[in-house]
Write a protein that binds this ligand. Structure first.
Ligand code: ZN
Length: 430
């Protein structure tokens, strides 16, 4: 199965070399107050330190730390020492995966002219935790000591593990509303839209769950081979990892937005947030759909709404269904979570926050009687499924669901942004 097994193998090997090291930085007594930064807040030097990492620029270190500070670095019981200048010289350019790092101030206690902070830097393969002490020197805050340790990790492997373990359990397939059926797992959605001219499938999930999805389609009395159009919410492996295989089996045409179509063609590689960690078998879209465009089959029309943020070409889909003599607006929202991503100084996706806000705004302006999403927990599939009874009102019809979901996603974004300290803005304003 592509190179995922190989990747997991090598990741397991790396895990055994779990290295924890310590970096202690101590300030010599004669700290100079000369600095370019007007830092009236202990966050200022911490943000400068973050900038040093983000831009690979040692000048930020010279501003954040006292000039004649010493750095002590412990590795396997072997202490090494640097001063500020030596430390600053290590910041020569942003690392290759700089755009994937998330920095946070986890804790900050400040009283009078002393402060302490715990800071984390989340790299895809390692998490650093800094314990910083700060002093107000000549009216400006400086980092005066720092203890540093690192935990080896593999963010991609962690994500795959969780998805395989927790999100790929069987779920009884069912009709949701009108001609829309749920054929996904307990957590990863796959929607079958039935028309007289053949069927439409929105997402297959990852390739390992494909037999489950096909089994669900059969169980409902339909044939996977009748799927003519394969639509995508977004080009992550857990939503379109099965496209290449499904297309081979059924000949269905793949439709995608331009940017997620590109990602799909690369098999998820060079993802702005995941790099090559969540790769899948590439598939080339047969048709590129733009914002506001319609996809039609057998009298059913779905409209594409580009809602970038989670991926650059994340696509929400809307359609109308008839049920019991009534007509309902159905909205398949795209993934909207960005909280795990680097939201500040993201050189690979500078407009990520702007895009996400615009997408949330765009969706807020829409109406949905039935809101569905790429993950079952976003629309309470299990809860609603348990309330489906013959003769009862359809629990999936809930015009309040969209606003509730969007408020949740907005909070997720705001919390994460705050945690990431709006670094660029903070520095830019000072
Ligand atoms: Zn995703």
């Amino acid at each position: 199965m592509f190179d995922r097994e190989r990747k997991v193998q090598s990741a397991l090997k790396r895990r055994t070399t779990k290295g924890v090291f310590l970096l202690a930085m101590m300030l010599s007594p004669c700290a100079s107050a000369q600095t370019k930064v007007k830092g009236a807040d202990p966050r200022s030097p911490i943000e400068l330190y973050f900038q040093a990492h983000a831009f690979g620029d040692g000048d930020y270190i010279r501003q954040a730390f006292a000039p004649d500070a010493r750095i002590m670095f412990m590795e396997e019981d072997q202490p090494k020492q640097w001063n500020t200048e030596e430390f600053a010289k290590r910041f020569q350019q942003p690392a290759d995966d700089e755009y994937r790092r998330v920095r946070r101030i986890e804790r900050l206690d400040s009283s009078g002219s002393a402060a302490s902070a715990v800071v984390t830097l989340n790299y895809p393969h390692v998490q650093f935790t800094d314990h910083l002490s700060l002093l107000k020197v000549g009216g400006e805050w400086k980092i005066v000591s720092k203890v540093f340790y690192a935990n080896r990790r593999n963010a991609g492997e962690e994500a795959i593990d969780e998805i395989q373990r927790e999100w790929s359990l069987p779920f009884e397939p069912r009709r949701i509303v009108g001609n829309i059926y749920y054929v996904g797992t307990n957590a990863i959605s796959s929607f079958l839209i039935v028309t007289p001219a053949g069927n439409i499938l929105l997402d297959t999930g990852h390739v390992e769950m494909l037999p489950l999805v096909e089994g669900n389609i059969n169980k409902l009395g339909f044939n996977p081979r009748d799927v003519k159009l394969l639509l995508n919410s977004h080009a992550h492996f857990d939503h379109c990892g099965g496209f290449a295989e499904f297309k081979r089996e059924t000949g269905a045409a793949v439709l995608a937005s331009r940017l997620d179509g590109d990602l799909m063609s690369r098999g998820g590689r060079e993802d702005f947030a995941w790099g090559d960690d969540l790769a899948y078998e590439p598939v080339k879209p047969d048709r590129i759909i733009g914002d506001g465009e319609h996809v039609e089959l057998g009298g059913v029309a779905l409209m594409a709404h580009l809602t970038p943020g989670h991926t650059r070409g994340c696509t929400s889909w809307s359609m109308r269904v008839e049920e019991g003599g009534k007509s309902y607006d159905v909205l398949f929202v795209c993934g909207l979570t960005v909280s795990l991503y680097k939201l500040t100084n993201n050189v690979r996706y500078p407009a990520i926050v702007e895009d996400e806000r615009n997408s949330l705004r765009k969706l807020h302006a829409m109406h949905a009687d039935v809101m569905l999403a790429p993950h079952a927990f976003y629309f309470d599939l299990a809860g609603k499924a348990s309330r489906q009874k013959p003769g009862a009102t359809n629990p999936f019809v809930d015009p309040t669901e969209l606003a509730r979901h969007l408020a949740e996603m907005e909070k997720d974004l705001d919390d994460s942004l705050q945690a990431q300290e709006r670094q660029r803005t903070a520095i830019g304003e000072k």
